[in-house]
Design a protein around this ligand. Structure first.
Ligand code: ADP
Ligand code: MG
Length: 674
């Protein structure tokens, strides 16, 4: 049985089906087997019609009567009367006229699985799947797996094919050494895959997820450890520390560095003096002062005659770095700073490239444009990547290749607080420095929760702040699947605001993801320049916008945001000396989890506490949770609840690599192929 066989080679997969599967990214038997269910619907219990209660139900019955009606253009309703020994039941399907052919004039028994509910003034079984009792059940009479509908892919089709592929699953080789599986009391790989596609009970699902989740985690940790090993074999520039130069710069700063800033800078300095290139993560909450630390590092690099670059994920962020670094350096600095992004063109661009290649430029700040092949450095000693999770691993690798002779040192800065255990996993190949205190004298942002009924009070408050010269953000959620709907709510919100804050006295910026980059930029610039008092936005402003004069962050439909996202958003205010506020708006009717998130936000400003709470709340398969952060992409394990397993898996990965660095031993060979 060949796992790499194309799906066309399976019985029943013709040209059209293959095309559908291909569109969903499923090409081979292996692909389909690895396509795990999104959730399950329990239709395993068969009930008598006389005893049926509302909910997802399965009955075993014959079809007594069935007919289809066209109710209006493009809409048919098919109704049937189903009977078993205990009674009769009405079933209804919309736009499934083929049910007539499937069910009429046959005396056979079927399983019907659907939702029994009260609808249009009577009880009915809505849109049930129907399968002959004499055949292998696919979508009835079992715990039915539901698969992601990628490009309209039907779950029923996936299930049907997987029934055929079950023999393949039963003989899958285990990629993990047997000893580990035994010690961790995990299911075998094959058992886990079968259990997830054909669960007999909830325990199957739990144990299957546990095993494959372990593999997912283990692979990540193993890759990180391997990466770390190979890094340690690279040559980097040795950059000695000139105490005097740094002390002078620090003395001239308008403030004293915090202990955490000092410690982080010191950790970097020590890395610089090694033979191997630094690969370090600098983690610090919004406003903790990462930029100064970065600048200190660049000064040391410059002092040794090397160049540095900072790469930011957006043009606006890059510009802000450029402005704040130029300002911190002062006018008479002998350090030449340049800016490069896609919007720098023609003559200006070629001058910048020339000065970079000749070594005239000491520090260059920019966007992805920095990794284009035409960008050549004279001697790149340090690369700083800001807000790293927006950059793919590939981009990080590309910037590395900019080192002309030796590898540049790499410092990755992120404001996303990551609990330690998780940082070890995701950034297992990086050393970590943490700035865990804010500069003194910052006013805590006051966070409040208003129900929608409190809106008049909100408007009054905003008027007061604006009258005092402050600016306000109002943010709407944007969730991919319902993008249209959310734009609508932003639009409505904007129109309502116009009545409370009428032009020309008041001006409002609007920014959302569907806008062209140039328009977005223009609207943001108006806000930065204080030409507008209010910025209405979707989450596009989440990362890094710095407008110290903005003092209020209003978040609409708060319950729809994840915790780390809320924290990021709140970090957009509280950047100036004035008291700032974060106001969380919500409906009365919100989920328990939504309420908990709001309480956490009101209770604490501490990013690490919030990150821990966030992890605890998320369960496996929580897609909303994964989408918001972009890094916590574990669908199977509940990392928050299973954090012990991370440490165990990491130790195992380290032990394996210690014993067998190239993964050449027979027991480890499969790990390599994975
Ligand atoms: P972030 O970590 O979010 O990038 P920044 O580096 O932008 O934070 O710093 C936020 C603000 O705090 C800046 O205006 C910066 O000048 C100021 N700042 C940084 N370090 C200190 C410090 N030790 N004391 C006082 N203010 C500081
Ligand atoms: Mg910053």
């Amino acid at each position: 049985m060949n796992l790499d066989a194309p799906l066309e080679s399976i019985k029943g997969v013709g040209e059209k089906t293959a095309e559908q599967l291909r569109a969903a990214g499923l090409l081979t038997v292996r692909d389909l087997i690895s396509f795990l269910p999104r959730k399950y619907e329990d239709f395993s219990e068969v009930v008598k019609i006389a005893n049926i209660k509302p909910g997802m139900r399965t009955i075993r019955a014959k079809c007594e009567k069935i007919e289809t009606k066209r109710v209006r253009r493009g809409m048919t309703v098919t109704t049937a009367t189903l009977v078993d020994a205990s009674g009769k039941l009405r079933a209804v399907w919309f736009n499934q006229p083929y049910r007539v052919k499937q069910l009429q004039s046959t005396d056979e028994e079927f399983f019907f699985s659907g939702t029994f509910e009260f609808s249009y003034n009577r009880f009915q079984l809505s849109s049930p799947s129907a399968e002959k009792v004499s055949e292998v059940p696919v979508s009835t009479d079992r715990i039915v797996p539901v698969y992601r509908a990628v490009k309209g892919l039907k779950s029923h089709l996936v299930r049907k094919l997987l029934v055929q592929l079950r023999p393949y699953m039963e003989v899958l080789k285990d990629p993990m050494p047997e000893a580990i599986i035994r010690r961790q009391k995990l299911r075998s790989f094959s058992q886990a895959v079968v259990a997830l596609h054909f669960p007999e009970d909830n325990d199957d699902i739990r144990r299957g997820r546990e095993r494959l989740g372990f593999d997912e985690l283990f692979q990540l940790l193993l890759a990180a450890q391997l990466n770390k090993r190979s890094n340690s074999e690279l040559q980097g520039w040795k950059i000695p520390f000139n105490k005097q130069a740094v002390q002078q710069f620090v003395a001239e700063l308008p403030f004293a560095l915090t202990d955490a800033q000092r410690r982080s800078a010191w950790e970097v300095v020590q890395d610089f003096e090694r033979e191997t290139p630094m690969n370090r993560l600098l983690q610090g909450d919004v406003g903790s002062g990462k930029t100064i630390v970065a600048l200190l590092c660049m000064l040391i690099v410059k002092d040794n005659g090397f160049q540095s670059c900072i790469m930011a994920p957006t043009e606006i962020l890059a510009q802000q770095h450029y402005a704040s670094i130029s300002e911190a350096l002062g006018e008479n600095s002998n350090i030449k700073v340049a800016f490069l992004s896609g919007s720098v063109k023609n003559k200006a661009r070629s001058i910048i490239l020339e000065e970079l290649a000749s070594g005239a430029t000491d520090i260059i700040i920019g966007t992805h444009a920095l990794i284009e092949p035409t960008v050549k450095f004279h001697n790149l000693g340090l690369t700083i990547v800001d807000e790293q999770h927006r950059f793919g691993v590939a981009q990080r690798a590309a910037i590395w290749q900019k080192g002309q002779h030796l590898m540049p040192h790499v410092l990755v800065m992120t404001a996303t607080p990551i609990p330690r255990t998780l940082a070890m996993t995701i950034y297992g190949d990086l050393d970590v420095s943490v700035i865990d205190e804010l500069p003194p004298g910052r006013k805590e942002i006051k966070t409040m929760h208003f129900y929608d009924s409190g809106r008049p009070r909100l408007i009054e408050f905003l008027h007061k702040e604006i009258a005092n010269g402050r600016q306000v953000y109002i943010v709407y959620p944007l969730i991919e699947e319902s993008e249209k709907l959310d734009l609508q709510s932003l639009q409505n919100g904007y129109e309502q605001l116009l009545t409370y804050f009428p032009p020309p006295q008041f001006q409002i910026s609007v920014v959302h993801g569907r806008m062209k980059a140039a328009d977005k930029d223009w609207e943001m610039q108006r806000f930065i320049k204080k030409e507008t008092q209010i910025m209405v936005a979707t989450t596009v402003i989440e990362v890094g916008v710095n407008v110290p004069n903005a003092s209020v962050m209003v978040i609409e439909n708060t319950e729809r945001f994840g915790l780390s996202q809320l924290h990021q958003l709140r970090g957009r205010v509280g950047r100036g000396a004035k008291q700032s506020y974060c106001i969380l708006m919500s409906d009365y009717k919100i989920s328990k989890e939504g309420k908990e998130r709001i309480h956490t936000m009101v209770r604490t400003n501490n990013g690490f506490e919030i990150a821990e709470a966030d992890l605890k709340q998320r369960g496996p398969g929580d897609l909303q949770g994964t989408q918001q952060s972009g890094i916590l992409d574990f669908r199977l394990l509940n990392i928050g609840k299973d954090s012990a397993i991370i440490e165990t898996a990491r130790q195992i990965a380290m032990r394996i690599i210690d014993r067998d660095p190239q993964l050449e031993m027979d027991v480890h060979y499969q790990l390599k192929l994975h």
